[in-house]
Design a protein around this ligand. Structure first.
Ligand code: PLP
Length: 396
């Protein structure tokens, strides 16, 4: 690859851009993970992640990706043949469903059109039919990265509670946590799952489970085979700040810094910042005359915007043109949205001017690729960002 001047715009919806503060924090000698210094680090990040997950319960950190953390949630709580209720919100829900089948679970899928979040009423209806409590877990993706649609987890919790059904609630908040509000304890989430490369602003490589007392209790009798993912040994070691095997030490240095940064800004400010960027992005998309995938305004993602191409136009070609001419990576359309959709990530270490650079890259790309659109998307975003920046300052 020849040198390209300026910074590459990594605007896929995760991995997100890793800020210099985190890169610098990781750039240290790897320490003895059985020594006293490590225990300090271990305790700090384990406690810090509870604040990010908004939980009083244990958080487990694996060297692994989000897919590993999905597996950990399933194998620690369930037994072969257990029935689980899942919701087809998009590609990631589909992949998690596929994994559950491979692990020998009996899955039931509430089908979806990939343009709406999980249907809490449908979950409630299915659970109320299940008088024998055959369903052991409800699995929902909080923030569907393939479509830019959010599911209302509090509503899912209410639907479960209204039936008095004892099923566990397992939630993937892989692209939500650290960017949009997520309340593990308040929403009664039994296992909340995330990973490092989205709102936590880290490279890929860490997977997380936040585990309720009910999930821990279930793990004592859950029969699916597990070793690496087992919570029991992990928790025994975590009690003293250690891990049962080699932790991803340098990633943990970075995680410590990421937690400090999120808390320094304040989680509510982080969420408000993401909400503002997503509104500006949707205004740009509307001005271009294009359509977002998410159909219900209350479900629009604050993390990414998935944009439908005009009929007959290739999203992949547009992404290629933008990469070639403007050195920016955008998210691809996944599975049945392949080539139909491109995704603009606006998450993590991101500010007004990064967003405007991103939207300018898209608008110039639409022109270069000859995609029919109206001009003025960037201007619409500028107008909104300028007016809402004044409002934010006045509130301060
Ligand atoms: N779930 C969601 C919602 C995701 O966005 C992703 C990855 O983008 C995954 C699961 C899988 O995570 P990983 O690629 O880290 O295994």
């Amino acid at each position: 690859m020849t040198y390209r001047s300026g910074r590459h715009f990594l605007q896929i919806p995760g991995p997100s851009n890793v800020p210099d503060r985190i890169l610098r924090a990781m750039d240290q000698p790897t320490m003895d993970h059985r020594g006293p210094e490590f225990a300090e680090l271990g305790k700090t990040v384990l406690y810090g992640m509870k604040r990010i997950f908004k939980t009083e319960n244990p958080v487990i950190i694996y060297p692994g990706s989000g897919t590993g953390a999905w597996e950990a949630a399933l194998v620690n709580t369930l037994s072969a043949g257990d029935r689980v209720l899942m919701c087809e919100t998009g590609q990631f829900a589909t992949l998690w469903h596929g994994m559950a089948n491979k692990l020998g679970l009996e899955t039931e899928l509430i089908e979806g059109d990939w343009r709406h979040g999980a249907d809490a009423d449908a979950i409630g209806r299915r659970l109320s039919e299940d008088a024998g409590h055959e369903i052991k877990a409800v699995c929902v993706v909080h923030h569907e990265t393939s479509t830019g649609v959010t599911s209302d987890i509090a509503a899912v919790r209410r639907a479960i509670d209204s039936t008095g059904h004892p099923a566990l609630l397992l939630v993937d908040t892989i692209s939500g946590l650290g960017s949009v509000d997520f309340r593990t304890d308040e929403w009664g989430v039994d296992v909340a799952i995330t990973c490092s490369q989205k709102g936590l602003m880290m490279p890929p490589g860490l997977g997380f489970n936040a585990v309720s007392a009910k999930a821990l209790e279930a793990s004592k009798t859950a029969g699916l085979p597990r070793s690496y993912w087992g919570w029991d040994e992990m928790l025994q070691h975590n009690a003293k700040g250690y891990f049962p095997y080699s932790p991803a030490t340098n990633m943990l240095y970075g995680l410590k810094e990421a937690i400090v940064m999120l808390l320094e800004e304040g989680l509510d400010n982080v969420f408000a910042r993401h909400a503002r960027f997503s509104e500006a992005t949707r205004r740009a998309v509307r001005a271009w005359g294009l359509e977002v995938v998410s159909l219900v305004p209350s479900e629009h993602s604050n993390v990414l915007t998935a944009v439908l191409m005009p009929e007959g136009e290739s999203a992949d070609r547009l992404r290629e043109v933008i990469l070639e001419h403007f050195d920016m990576s955008l998210g691809t359309g996944l599975n049945k949205l392949q080539d139909r959709v491109f995704r603009i990530g606006h998450l993590g270490d991101f500010n007004d001017l990064t967003l405007l650079g991103t939207l300018a890259g898209v608008e110039m790309g639409l022109a270069c690729a000859g995609v029919p659109h109206n001009k003025g998307g960037v201007q619409a975003a500028i107008d909104y960002l300028a007016e809402s920046a004044v409002a934010v300052r006045t509130e301060e």
